[in-house]
Design a protein around this ligand. Structure first.
Ligand SMILES: Nc1nc2c(ncn2[C@@H]2O[C@H](COP(=O)(O)OP(=O)(O)OP(=O)(O)O)[C@@H](O)[C@H]2O)c(=O)[nH]1
Ligand SMILES: [Mg+2]
Ligand SMILES: [Zn+2]
Length: 374
């Protein structure tokens, strides 16, 4: 199967279904009617770089400008997985200034959002319109419980369904033990043990996925390898991990979107270096649901589960039903999330203040002008 964005041959869709293999639905088509009437065509964004994006349309892949889409809110910037209304360029070999460009984004069904790494605490969308978030975790290293809890919060926050895939089973002494460990951290989440070397459970994973799937996890976890196994072809670059610590080398550098042979769409992503949560208070409650349930039985409604008398959470720790580590990580993630939220509020307050200042000075100038006129 040719890679849809590096293959320069003309786009021919064997199924004749156009965009449907990229996830276009009747519902989307219905919502698009007005855009179509305005001469725009639907496009799904595969990747964004340097003010341009690779997108796929009914008539093939295009490289389009993002110029028409401006928002001060980085959460509304176009990203991989977004559906857009595209103003087509003039074919062939568009006249200068008539290259295809995005005119609008369609509302997102789901979005994976983290806090950006920059000092100003913005949210950054990693992928949009995703149905399943595959959290890839390597069995070749001891399970990092805190990292998995973070990934789960990120996934639940997106509105998509999380699925934990424990990779590299062929390198693990006791995959079932790690699966049990992961299950204790992620009640209600499906966990699959896989290996691309032996092919273990790749068929099961294929059957579990429908719609749009994104692969998330640390560098070297085996995301692109898993992607290739699902694609049945080596479309995605993979790279060896470092011998001394098994860490990946950040082989994948861009998010990519490719159709799966049996239907559905796959988004591969670069390994996450840090996973900072953004506005994820609700999903944290979901990840640590059993602690929230225990807390209902604490004597004090505002119990901090420290040294208060009658704390049901501490009692559960004493009874060996809950690990202190898990409570500590829950607290830590909550603090982090609250901090990110407070910085965001400060930024929004700042933006509002600036806008107010601009409006005020505009009014002042207008009044001055009028005063001079009278
Ligand atoms: N033995 C074994 N090795 C695997 C398996 N899956 C992946 N690997 C190896 O793990 C290394 C990293 O795999 P990648 O697929 O590049 O990992 P990635 O998660 O995409 O990494 P980044 O792109 O850096 O984020 C490669 O050397 C793969 O061959 C597996 O099931 N078994
Ligand atoms: Mg990769
Ligand atoms: Zn308590």
């Amino acid at each position: 199967m040719p890679h849809p964005f590096t293959d320069s041959s003309p786009f021919t869709d064997p199924s004749g279904a156009g965009l449907s293999r990229y996830g276009w639905t009747r519902a989307l088509d219905h919502a698009f009617a007005e855009h179509r009437a305005a001469g725009l065509v639907p496009a799904r964004i595969a990747r964004v770089d340097r003010g341009l994006c690779d997108a796929v349309t009914e008539s093939g892949p295009v490289r389009a400008a993002l110029t028409a889409i401006h928002s001060p809110d980085p959460l509304l910037a176009p990203c991989t997985g977004d559906w857009a209304a595209l103003l087509p360029g003039r074919e062939p070999g568009h006249e200068p200034g008539r290259e295809p460009r995005l005119a609008a984004l369609l509302p997102r069904r789901s979005a994976i959002v983290r806090s950006s790494a920059s000092r100003s605490s913005h949210g950054q969308v990693l992928a949009a319109n995703v149905d399943t978030v595959v959290l890839a975790v390597s069995l070749a290293a001891p399970l990092d419980a805190a990292k998995l809890e973070r990934l789960l919060a990120l996934a639940w926050d997106s509105g998509a369904r999380p699925l934990i895939v424990l990779t590299k089973a062929d390198l693990a002494a006791d995959p079932a033990a790690v699966q049990a460990e992961a299950a204790a951290l992620a009640p209600g989440v499906d966990i699959l043990v896989t290996s691309v070397t032996t092919g273990r459970n790749i068929d099961v994973l294929t059957a579990l996925l429908s719609g749009t799937t994104v692969l998330l996890g640390s560098s070297g976890a085996g995301k692109s390898s898993l992607g290739n196994a699902l694609l049945g072809d080596e479309l995605l670059a993979t790279g060896a991990v470092r011998a001394q610590d098994g860490k990946g080398r950040h082989t994948t550098v861009r998010r990519e979107l490719v159709p799966l042979p049996g239907g559905g769409v796959l988004i591969d992503t670069p390994g996450l270096r840090g996973i900072s949560l953004y506005d994820a208070a609700d999903s944290l409650e979901q990840v640590f649901a059993e602690i929230e349930r225990l807390a209902l039985d604490c004597r004090f409604g505002d119990c901090s589960h420290g040294s208060e008398p009658g704390c049901a959470v501490q009692a559960a720790i004493q009874a060996g039903e809950l690990t202190r580590r898990r409570l500590d990580n829950y607290r830590k993630l909550q603090r982090e999330n609250a901090y990110a939220a407070s910085r965001t509020d400060a930024r929004l307050r700042g933006e509002r203040a600036n806008r107010q200042k601009a409006i005020t000075s505009h009014l002042r100038a207008t009044y001055k002008f009028r005063d001079r006129q009278s």
